[in-house]
Design a protein around this ligand. Structure first.
Ligand SMILES: *Cc1c(COP(=O)(O)O)cnc(C)c1O
Length: 242
């Protein structure tokens, strides 16, 4: 390994350990005795070599938000057996590509996308026998539509959930949200937790809550997050390209 590679892997190891310590403290503080949330390391804009280093450090779940970047990294790193989580806005025409590598999509926000993913997963299952796609409904927690960070409105969730639950090859995992800018993440994640309760009342197995990024993971854990999506606090700031 090059000296640069060795330095980078120790940097990643330290940052990863620091985030894991924060998760542990937040779980204790929240009095949560359930399983530790799944840590998804969001690797967008960072090179495949970093993902290989993270896998060597025990990371098994990675997140990406653009299909082109995700599909090329997933192909290059196929030997690692990682779970790839798609966390960005997804055009229906990309469903076919995402079905080839994704373990989960966290950004389901409309029924048209469910139709596309159902067809694409069916075709992939015929071809490769892949497992079901884990699907999270992304909910918008913005009152102000102008500040919209993506997602279905709360009113759209029940129909979308029923459609997902009925789709072959797709598994309704639960809800996902990004805390709106400029409001307290506690308020946002409390709303998300309430939506999760309503969803689980109708779909008892859809218990997952994908919430919490570098800045707000403690608040997300307080309100029941089962999946955390952490980028910059592990990888450092993102190169400003694209
Ligand atoms: C980039 C991204 C993250 C990670 O954000 P950080 O602030 O870097 O931890 C999480 N979720 C989504 C949807 C993202 O696009």
């Amino acid at each position: 390994m090059t000296a640069e590679g060795t330095a980078r892997i120790s940097e990643l190891a330290e940052r990863l350990a620091a985030v894991q310590r924060r998760i542990g403290s937040a779980m204790t503080e929240a009095g949560r005795g359930d399983g530790v949330p799944t840590l998804i390391v969001v690797t967008k804009f960072h090179p495949a070599a970093d993902i290989r280093r993270l896998a060597a450090l025990g990371v098994g779940d990675v997140g990406e938000n653009r299909d082109q970047e995700a599909s090329s990294k997933a192909a290059e790193l196929a030997d690692l057996g990682l779970n790839w989580h798609f966390v960005g806005q997804l055009q229906s025409k990309k469903a076919k590509s995402v079905a080839k590598y994704a373990h989960a999509v966290h950004s389901i926000d409309r029924t048209g996308l469910v139709d596309g993913l159902e067809r694409a997963i069916a075709a992939e299952q015929d071809r490769t026998g892949r497992g079901a796609l884990q699907c999270f409904i992304q909910v918008s927690l913005d009152d102000d539509a102008g500040a919209h960070r993506g997602g279905a409105t709360p009113g759209e969730v029940p129909l979308l959930a029923d459609r997902l639950a009925a789709a072959d090859g797709l598994e309704l995992a639960g809800v996902m949200a990004v805390a709106p800018l400029g409001t307290s993440p506690e308020v946002a994640f409390e709303k998300l937790a309430a939506m999760s309760v309503s969803l689980v009342a109708v779909h008892p197995s859809a218990t997952a809550i994908s919430a919490g990024m570098s800045q707000d993971l403690e608040a997300a854990i307080r309100f029941g997050a089962t999946h955390l999506r952490i980028g910059s606090d592990i990888l450092g700031s993102r190169p400003t390209v694209g």
